[in-house]
Every structure is written in C-alpha cells, then in structure tokens.
Design a protein around this ligand. Structure first.
Ligand code: FAD
Length: 317
C-alpha cells in the first residue's frame, strides 16, 4: 500500500502541484502533528509542507486554494490543539527566508522580522542591538507570524504596541502588500489577518534605544516571573481560555474548585489554573473533556461562558 492511498483526491492533486515548487524532502506525508505542537498532541496531517520563501508560499497557496478545503499556515504550534484523528488536509509551515531578522539600513531603531522567527530569538537579537520595547514578548513561545496573527500579549504589552507595518499575502497566494498597524485592526488576541484570511510574511517593528544590559535584566525578570507562575515544564498551549469581560479565566476556574482537575493525561495545572497541561500521553479528547467540564462548571458557578483561546483544529468542544 502506498502512503498516498488514503489521501483524498483533491489533496493528492494539490500535492502533485506542490512538488513542482517545493523539494520532496520538505513535503512530509502523514506527519504527526504532535511533533509540531507545544501540547505534543495531534494525529497526522495528510501533508505537512515547509516553504522557505515568498515564491514557494505563493505557489503552494495557489495549489491548495479553491481546491483543498482543509489547509492552514501555522507558526510554532504553541496555540494549537489538533485532533487525535489528525488533519485531513495540508499544513504549511514557514522556514528559510522567513526566519530572517535585520535592522533597517537607514534607521537602526526599525527591525524587520520574518514571520517564522521565534519570539525568543527576536528578543535575543533586539537585546544584543540595544533595542527596547519587546521585553514583554520575550517569553511567549511562538513565532512573529503567530504573534501578529493573534496579537499576542503579556505583562501589559501586546504585539500591536511595537509593530509598525506588516507584509502580507492573500490566502490564495495573490496580493503581496504592506499594511499599516491601523490596517491590521489589532484587538484582544485578534487581527485583520484572522478575519481576512491573510498570511503574515514579516513585520516591521519600531523600538527604542537602550542599554543592552538593562534590556537583558528586564527580560530575565519577566522570564523569572513566567517560570515561577506558569507550568513551563509541561507541554501546553498556554492560556486555554480567553480572558472574559470582567474577570480572569484562571481565577474563575480556581473558584470553581477545578485546580488539578484531570481526565486521562490532561489536567488543569496546579500551578496556574488558566493552563490545561499534558502530564504525559494526553490525547486531544482528554484535553477537550477537561475543557468541556471547566466551561460547564464555571458557567454554572459564575454565569460566565469561557471561550477557548487555544485554536481547535479538526475538533470541537
Ligand atoms: C507555555 C506557553 C505560554 C504562553 N504564553 C502566552 C502569552 O503570554 N501571551 C500570549 O499571547 N500567548 C501565549 N501563549 C500562546 C502562544 O504562544 C501565542 O498565541 C503565539 O502567538 C502563537 O504563535 P505560534 O507561532 O505558535 O502560532 P500557532 O500556534 O502555530 O498558530 C496560531 C494561529 O496563528 C495562525 N498563524 C501562525 N502563523 C501565521 C502566519 N505566518 N500567517 C497567518 N497565520 C498564521 C495559525 O493559522 C493559527 O490560527 C503561550 C503558549 C504556551 C505554550
């Protein structure tokens, strides 16, 4: 039996096209998503393609759009919960040129970061170059693309505070353009990219000069805070639920007595009730069962319906 035998016809014909623009070693068939998510959960994607530049991305998007219903561009997989059944379509990850970062030739306070570069590496680069303003984001375990898409935030800052412009492409591979911060319509864990299905290629950030040692100290302080409050030693996808209006998800969950509540290998963290963690061998169904129970109990106790912050891929509550 060939590895392509169980694949839907539309996915197969898209892959044939993808092979024309992306080398075969970067097209993985039946690739377990547990290898690409911080939760370490998720069955196989029919295909997992890594694209290294804008031309490859545009070709892949042209091959899949209007043809394969299930396709998505992912970042570092740190906000994803993927079904145990996997993903029947094509996952696209950015690499190569998308991992670049550089200061502007005519303005050392402006830095362009590719969508695939990690927040931690971006923070290290900015610290080294004596550029301040990104410290709040240094410990967020995603990519620049994911952070812009989600308007990620921490410790009173949000990515929208530092981003000046964003280079994007439409989901069908057309319309390469640069959008302003205002065009991105950033809101709490939301951007226009989400609403418009746009792909983020890079972001230009405006920072402030400061002493690298002082920046490093602030980064270390926030990292210490994060490590002491969050269950960083367990796989998770960060905050499971969004902050509801007029409250904090973690406080509501704790008030409902759910700290430590578990199903299989999934548990409401003892350290931070806002996180569901994978204590070892958790399935997606285990995490969903914990999430469902938490939502029901919190709704019953407080009248507040928690909305997931983690993105549910090919599964639902
Ligand atoms: C331990 C831990 C702590 C965390 N702490 C925080 C925190 O303090 N603050 C916070 O905001 N989040 C936090 N998170 C959640 C997560 O890190 C952020 O949401 C992050 O921005 C996701 O980035 P990513 O690259 O991993 O994106 P992914 O999880 O891969 O994707 C998230 C979404 O973005 C889309 N996307 C990703 N890249 C692109 C792109 N280039 N173009 C278009 N769409 C794209 C995907 O399609 C998906 O819908 C935490 C997670 C963990 C595991």
């Amino acid at each position: 039996m060939s590895k392509y035998d169980n694949m839907e016809k539309t996915v197969l014909s898209a892959i044939e096209d993808i092979y024309k623009s992306v080398p075969a070693e970067r097209v993985l068939i039946d690739e377990p998503m547990s290898r690409h998510t911080s939760f370490r959960i998720g069955g196989p994607a029919a295909a997992f393609v890594t694209v290294n530049n804008e031309e490859e991305l545009a070709s892949v998007m042209r091959a899949v759009s209007g043809r394969v219903a299930e396709h998505m561009v992912i970042g570092n997989g740190s906000n994803l919960l993927v079904s145990d059944d996997g993903y029947p379509g094509i996952m696209i990850k950015l690499g190569g040129d998308f991992e670049s970062i550089e200061t502007d030739a005519d303005d050392p306070c402006r830095v362009t970061a590719g969508a695939a570069i990690l927040m931690s590496r971006t923070s290290a680069f900015l610290t080294e170059h004596g550029l301040s303003g990104f410290e709040f984001a240094s410990g967020i375990p995603g990519s620049i693309g994911g952070a812009v898409f989600m308007n990620a935030g921490a410790y009173g800052g949000e990515i929208k505070d530092v981003v000046e412009t964003v280079r994007v492409m439409n989901a069908d591979g057309s319309g390469l353009r640069t959008l302003s911060n205002a065009d991105m319509q950033f809101a709490y864990r939301h951007s226009a990219a989400e609403a418009g299905g746009m792909l983020i290629l890079s972001a230009k950030m405006k920072l402030t000069p400061d002493d690298p040692e002082k920046i490093a100290e602030r980064v270390a302080e926030l990292q210490f805070k994060r490590n002491s409050k969050q269950p960083v030693n367990y796989p998770s996808a960060g905050s499971t639920f969004k902050r509801p209006v007029g409250g904090f998800a973690a406080a509501l969950i704790e008030q409902s007595g759910l700290k430590g509540f578990s199903v299989g290998g999934a548990q409401v963290s003892e350290k931070h009730s806002g996180f569901v963690i994978n204590t070892g061998g958790a399935s997606c169904e285990d995490v969903l069962a914990v999430m469902r129970h938490v939502r029901e109990k919190v709704l019953e106790d407080s009248g507040i319906l928690l909305e997931p912050e983690v993105r549910l891929i090919n599964c639902s509550l």
